[in-house]
Design a protein around this ligand. Structure first.
Ligand SMILES: Cc1cc2nc3c(=O)[nH]c(=O)nc-3n(C[C@H](O)[C@H](O)[C@H](O)COP(=O)(O)OP(=O)(O)OC[C@H]3O[C@@H](n4cnc5c(N)ncnc54)[C@H](O)[C@@H]3O)c2cc1C
Length: 406
């Protein structure tokens, strides 16, 4: 982008905001300023999967080697199992070219790996955004600590409760899924020596339990989805007792191997699962959205962060083609038109995946559910994992610019 002195603010120093800062610098040549409300960068002590579609982006941004070094690549494809541990189907775990596999990441390690690529002088901690005001020229941001500043453009990467989202005229209602998850990590040394180094999902009795390795296989992540109305009565997350979780998968109808895993858990916390309907717009003039602020989705396809990483690459690609600050609104408009379609499909697909895991609605007939799960594996590989966010943005750019596509 012409003009190295262009002033862009990214609100939110989570996985999306940090990736956007890296992509803007490396692809668009813009040094953005990141504003984070917390006193230090961090994440909850749980896992996240970096999928092949995001690994492809991170490789081009030069951070994939570091991420692979601290993450865990499984031994092979994952499995969906019934409650007693019988195989329902194998799961997609790599792209069609077999170049990128799922990488299990301990969230604090992923934040660290991304933060190492962002100049600390460009990160403002303890800055909670309270208001956004579009001026004749530029955007004014005000923070709870009394600070304020004016930028040429603003990217809202401030998560599900985004403040920036209001400045683009979007006020979605959070939609509760009817499910909470118990989350956490297990020290792998506590597990049986022959525990499989892959992702496993047990499904039964309207609930499911997933686990996969993290941190060079020293940790195992777990996520257990349980029907509950708890978030409707107060907080959306909180500490939990391991015995509450164990009781949900107790008895002779559940695989003893799963019960053995649960017996190794020392700590857990619960988290309500919310999303929102796809937004009608993400950008207004020099303001746009990215990550959960733009497209909060349920975690059942493991794509929330991965989509934020795709967003970052697409946004930087469109910004790289902007010749001056005056072109930024058009770059944001193009970014929105390309990314909204992709993420709306995944928001919907994530709800559907949850309904499959928990045999809800049309998936109550398990024979049909299992058939859909098997078919879903191939869709996931080709439509989700093979997607090349940079290539798609470049092709779209050619069309926007009227250049014939070869
Ligand atoms: C159980 C579970 C499992 C999941 N598993 C996966 C998975 O395997 N793969 C995957 O891709 N996704 C997964 N996700 C989804 C993923 O966690 C989210 O999509 C991701 O965290 C979104 O990143 P983000 O940076 O957009 O937002 P966030 O992570 O919410 O970060 C937003 C940042 O903005 C800051 N902020 C908020 N408001 C303000 C403000 N007013 N001023 C300044 N700063 C502010 C916050 O402090 C935070 O640091 C899962 C989610 C859950 C609940």
């Amino acid at each position: 982008m012409a003009g190295q002195d262009t002033r862009i603010a990214i609100v939110g120093g989570g996985m999306g905001g940090l990736t956007a800062a890296i992509a803007l610098r490396k692809i668009a040549g813009v040094q953005a300023t990141v504003f984070e409300q917390a006193g230090k960068l961090g994440e909850v002590g749980a896992g996240v999967t970096v999928a092949p579609n995001a690994a492809r982006v991170l490789e081009r941004l030069g951070v994939l080697d570091r991420i692979r070094r601290v993450g865990a690549v499984p031994d092979g494809h994952g499995v969906y199992l019934n409650a007693m541990g019988g195989l329902v189907t194998d799961a997609a775990w790599e792209d069609s070219a077999k170049q990128h596999q799922n990488i299990g990441m301990y969230r604090p390690d992923l934040i660290d790996a991304l933060a190492q690529e962002v100049d600390p002088a460009t990160i403002r901690l303890g800055h909670r955004l309270v208001s956004v005001q579009t001026l004749g020229s530029g955007v004014r941001l005000e923070f709870e600590n009394g600070a304020d500043d004016v930028f040429d453009a603003v990217i809202g990467a401030d998560g599900i409760h985004s403040v920036v989202r209001g400045a683009v005229g979007q006020f979605p209602e959070p939609v509760y899924s009817g499910y909470i998850v118990y989350r956490g990590v297990v020290d792998a040394s506590r597990l049986p020596g022959d525990w499989r180094m892959i992702s496993q999902v047990w499904m039964g009795n309207r609930r499911h339990f997933m686990c996969y390795p993290l941190q060079q296989r020293k940790l195992f992540n777990f996520v257990a989805g349980i029907p509950s109305d708890r978030p409707l009565r107060g907080a959306w997350s909180g500490p939990a007792e391991v015995r509450e979780l164990a009781a949900e998968f107790a008895g002779p109808d559940w695989d003893p191997k799963l019960q053995e895993f649960i017996g190794c858990i020392e700590h857990t916390f619960w988290w309500g699962l919310f999303d929102h309907e796809p937004l009608a717009n993400w950008s207004r003039g020099p303001i746009t959205l990215l990550g959960d602020a733009a497209h909060t989705m349920l975690p059942h396809q493991g794509q929330g962060v991965n989509q934020a990483i795709e967003d970052s690459m697409a946004l930087a690609t469109f910004l790289a083609a902007a010749e001056s600050v005056a072109d930024i609104p058009e770059a944001f408009r193009r970014y929105t038109s390309v990314r909204m379609q992709r993420t709306a499909i995944l928001q919907n697909g994530s709800r559907r995946a949850g309904a499959m895991f928990d045999a809800q609605h049309e998936f109550a007939d398990l024979k049909k559910r299992d058939a859909d799960l098997r078919v879903g594996r191939d869709f996931r590989r080709s439509a989700v994992f093979d997607y090349d966010a940079q290539k798609v943005a470049e092709q779209a750019l050619n069309r926007f610019q009227g250049v014939p596509v070869a």
